[in-house]
Design a protein around this ligand. Structure first.
Ligand SMILES: [Zn+2]
Length: 177
């Protein structure tokens, strides 16, 4: 198990700014000129574009490594501002979204299981107990996995680590309790 770079809010804002500049270079006229980026706690939607030019992203992205999904969501929402929100996901939006490099109808779907689980109300948190006893929360998950339940550092087989620090065992925190 390798940890990947986790997205922070400043990192998300940097990626957003990069995508917005790209979009501005490609499209001079925006039906809704961009005004501001903010975050909400939505768990069912990754992003939303408003007629007043605001784009709201779910803070679900924070702490994940779902950069591809983030970029896709940003392009999706920017395309709404450029094409006009009233046109929804019609041909006009599709044309703009394709120019920006968004996967069609990407919002609401995800290739990142990590993000998918976080978006849902997954009942468990997988916790890695390090060899020195430190506990690190890994991610929200739907079910306990045998390979983590049965894993012990001393046992034969694969040894999991986080950035070179070996994991002694795993535990699950049950949020339904
Ligand atoms: Zn949309």
């Amino acid at each position: 198990m390798q940890t990947e770079a986790e997205l922070t809010k400043p990192a998300i804002r940097t990626i957003f700014e990069r995508e917005r500049c790209r979009a501005s270079a490609l499209f001079a006229h925006w039906e809704h000129p961009f005004t501001a980026l903010s975050f909400n706690r939505a768990r069912r939607s990754y992003g939303h574009a408003h007629a007043d030019g605001r784009i709201v992203l779910s803070n679900t992205f924070v702490g994940t490594s779902a950069t591809t999904d983030l970029e896709d969501t940003i392009r999706h929402e920017l395309a709404h501002l450029i094409a006009g929100i009233r046109f929804k996901h019609g041909p006009r939006w599709q044309q703009v979204a394709a120019s920006l490099g968004a996967r069609p109808r990407a919002s609401g779907r995800s290739e990142s299981s990590e993000l998918h689980e976080k978006m849902s109300d997954a009942p468990f948190t997988l916790i890695a107990v390090m060899r020195d006893g430190e506990e690190r929360a890994m991610r929200r998950v739907f079910r306990r996995a045998r390979r983590y339940v049965d894993y012990r550092y001393g046992k034969r087989g694969q040894r999991y680590h986080i950035g070179g620090d070996f994991i002694e065992r795993f535990e699950y925190l049950d949020h339904r309790e």
